[in-house]
Design a protein around this ligand. Structure first.
Ligand code: HEM
Length: 188
């Protein structure tokens, strides 16, 4: 995955446990690099290894790290020049999710090696929808939950997410039930 992702993992570890903890995390992960170039693509193995190692050293289940990473990703990217891009694809949870594939497709123009996930929205209601998530990568559904919660924060409409059915031998995607609260005055 692009270095931007590994950099965000590094940030999360330093924020939670400091520089020394990060040194141990990337050392124990067997990842040589201490710095990652945002626009360069690294092996998925290095990203999974960093997450595994962070989970062991911070004594947090991998699912928790992925969820926190997802929540943080929204503010992390917004603070690094991607806020306007996000604004351009919707200013509420529902319309943003409708456009998420197009947003990743736009990113692929600048990041040609991007292998983005795929999302489809179903059963769209006033403040709920069903979201299906396809990816070539296993085990990232907790990250999706965090991402959706992060979007809720971004739009000032807190989001709840329930994993309705997980990817399995019979099903090639995860399915989430997503609900959000009405916008609070003064928010997005
Ligand atoms: C401007 C904001 C965003 C940027 C810059 C961005 C960029 C990226 C990048 C660079 C990757 C790594 C994939 C690769 O290198 O092949 C990625 C993966 C991913 N993105 Fe985004 N993304 C953004 C917002 C979102 C949002 C809002 C969601 C979902 C609600 C999302 C869902 C995912 C997921 C689940 C992955 C993991 C890869 C996978 O499932 O295969 N992204 N994104």
């Amino acid at each position: 995955m692009y270095g931007l992702i590994n950099r965000a993992i590094k940030d999360l570890v330093i924020e939670r446990a400091g520089e020394a903890a990060w040194k141990r995390v990337h050392h124990d992960a067997g990842v040589q690099e201490d710095e990652f170039v945002a626009m360069e693509s690294y092996s998925d193995e290095s990203t999974y290894a960093l997450i595994g190692s962070a989970s062991r050293l911070l004594d947090l289940p991998q699912e928790e790290i992925l969820k926190e990473f997802g929540r943080k990703w929204i503010t992390y990217t917004a603070a690094r020049g991607y806020g306007e891009l996000m604004d351009g694809w919707g200013l509420d949870v529902g319309s943003f999710l409708d456009n998420l594939n197009q947003m990743h497709a736009r990113l692929k123009l600048a990041m040609p090696r991007l292998e983005p996930p795929h999302f489809e929205v179903f059963e769209r209601g006033e403040s709920s929808l069903v979201l299906r998530y396809w990816s070539d990568r296993p085990g990232l559904s907790p990250m999706v939950i965090g991402l959706l919660e992060g979007l809720g924060e971004r739009f000032g409409t807190p989001v709840s997410v329930e994993l309705r059915s997980a990817r399995s031998e019979e099903q090639d995607h995860d399915e989430f039930f997503v609900t959000w609260q009405a916008a609070t005055p003064g928010s997005a």
